[in-house]
Design a protein around this ligand. Sequence first.
Ligand SMILES: NC(=O)C[C@H](N)C(=O)O
Length: 339
Amino acid sequence: KETPTQTEQKLANVVILATGGTIAGAGASAANSATYQAAKVGIEQLIAGVPELSQLANVRGEQVMQIASESITNDNLLQLGRRVAELADSSDVDGIVITHGTDTLEETAYFLNLVEKTDKPIIVVGSMRPGTAMSADGMLNLYNAVAVASSKDARGKGVLVTMNDEIQSGRDVSKMINIKTEAFKSAWGPLGMVVEGKSYWFRLPAKRHTMDSEFDIKNIKSLPAVEIAYSYGNVSDTAYKALAQSGAKAIIHAGTGNGSVSSRVVPALQALRKDGVQIIRSSHVNAGGFVLRNAEQPDDKYDWVVAHDLNPQKARILAMVALTKTNDSKELQRMFWEY
Ligand SMILES: NC(=O)C[C@H](N)C(=O)O
């Protein structure tokens, strides 16, 4: 018969890094599912709120920051990325969970997917309702995150996101709707499901990530300024020019449809490229864009890059990371195909 100590040793060691968000939010009453303050509850209280975690893993928490995710900065990303790398390198850590606000969760998950050199599971998780609300979703999302983080099957699959019982690729997933708990979707479908603490897998990510990535958080000292300009009918070139003037090394064109560019904006983007600013065409269509080179605009002629299926905010993440290695537009385009 096993002693409790032997049973304990068999459990995986999972560290939960807390950054804030609605999963750490609190409202005035249980009826407040939408009106509340994010980033109020500390990690020890979050862990204490889900005692069942101790059946899944030996869990310990660290409060890395306490902010709503719309306020995440590049410095916050680097700080988090470095802490994840330290933990991933330590032999007594089997998996890492990051609690995060949902507004920029997809950006952080993609960033970590690009720069963490580990095959240990890294799971980013949030919630759509604060823990004080009726039918709060954070407890189960966190339970699912720890379950996936402690499972050997999750190794080598890149950074993952567990929301609404689904296991999503951190590269593909995006917040598609606010208010609803089924907020996170990927154009290419979830990788699997997590139900009652067990993971069920259906597909694998095809794009380069973590161990197979050429980027490493340990070699990234700072991230260059990359900004996004949104396109729509009657758009002017004012925002594009202002962003370049403020020092942007690349501008993500959050384009209409196929990443199309208004004739009122094309001359400014040609001029900015001649001045050395990288122009990256993406699409802001809701269910996921698909931008191809030389479709809609002559990218070869203008020396522009296309973001393919990456939405504008994910394109910004890859552009920042890529620019730490190269300012060659052909290399950037290769990276946009491969990651
Ligand atoms: N549901 C959430 O987490 C939203 C919140 N504004 C955040 O991103 O921190």
